[in-house]
Design a protein around this ligand. Structure first.
Ligand SMILES: Cc1cc2nc3c(=O)[nH]c(=O)nc-3n(C[C@H](O)[C@H](O)[C@H](O)COP(=O)(O)OP(=O)(O)OC[C@H]3O[C@@H](n4cnc5c(N)ncnc54)[C@H](O)[C@@H]3O)c2cc1C
Length: 209
């Protein structure tokens, strides 16, 4: 018996505006990254916007199917290889959305490539510190996933030193903003039944140990 229902691809097509690929050719393409590993995925979703990501994760959670986000797939240890629904952020979700010159920050979609960001920032006299050797392919989403570093990191820090806040989709498809939390706010954030509140509760419990 097949492990996942045959109608899974159509279920994703009903809720996603982007591409849904379950054909053999695509599965072979998504079965590798820059590592030596090769595992056939269940399929791939190429979201056009955050709403597609939410719907993909919600549907996957309902069917208890794993998901695997993917940027440039330049990871060397098989991070983007696995039997899962791959969510490919590089093709469409690659826009630089906003820059604040005064406060020195930029808001980007996860599929923005590091060199693309560097070219955009150059006229402003800014750059994103951690210069990976794979900057022509590495995406900001993947850099955050790996906490990537580079030749200048000893001076300018790793990726985690430059992330101010993140809008994320949690495992149940709910959305959350993660940003520094001020003293006293953790208590109120940890109240409630949602997954986000549970994460804050678990963080508090870990901190207490
Ligand atoms: C030739 C070469 C040189 C390299 N040099 C360096 C280097 O100098 N420094 C360095 O740190 N690394 C280096 N790497 C490793 C790799 O290129 C970097 O870690 C890179 O930043 C990964 O980016 P990516 O977009 O390819 O991420 P991916 O490989 O696509 O993903 C990396 C991780 O992030 C997760 N992820 C991706 N997008 C998202 C998202 N939107 N939401 C949630 N999770 C997400 C993935 O699931 C995976 O776990 C190198 C690799 C190669 C092949």
């Amino acid at each position: 018996m097949a492990k996942y229902p045959a109608e899974l691809a159509d279920a994703f097509r009903k809720v996603v505006e982007g591409e849904v690929r379950f054909d053999t050719y695509s599965k072979i393409l998504y079965s590798t990254d820059a590592s030596v590993w090769q595992i056939e995925p269940i399929g791939a979703v190429i979201p056009k916007h955050a709403g597609d990501v939410v719907e993909t994760v919600k549907l996957a959670a309902r069917h208890r199917v794993p998901v695997l986000p993917r940027g440039g797939a330049t990871s060397l240890s098989g991070q983007t290889v696995g039997e899962a629904i791959h969510i490919d952020f590089a093709k469409y979700m690659n826009q630089i959305l906003e820059i604040n010159e005064e406060e020195h920050w930029v808001r980007v979609q996860p599929g923005v490539v590091q060199d693309q960001l560097s070219r955009y920032l150059k006229p402003y006299g800014f750059q994103f510190g951690p210069a990976t050797s794979s900057a022509s392919r590495a995406t900001l989403g993947g850099m955050i996933g790996n906490n990537s570093a580079g030749s200048h990191s000893i001076l300018w820090g790793k990726t985690m030193d430059h992330v101010l806040e993140l809008k994320v989709v949690l495992a149940d498809g709910s959305e959350a903003w993660f940003r520094p939390v001020e003293n006293g706010m953790l208590e109120s954030l940890s109240k409630g039944d949602g997954l986000e509140a549970r994460l804050y509760r678990d963080s508090l419990a870990l901190g207490a140990k």
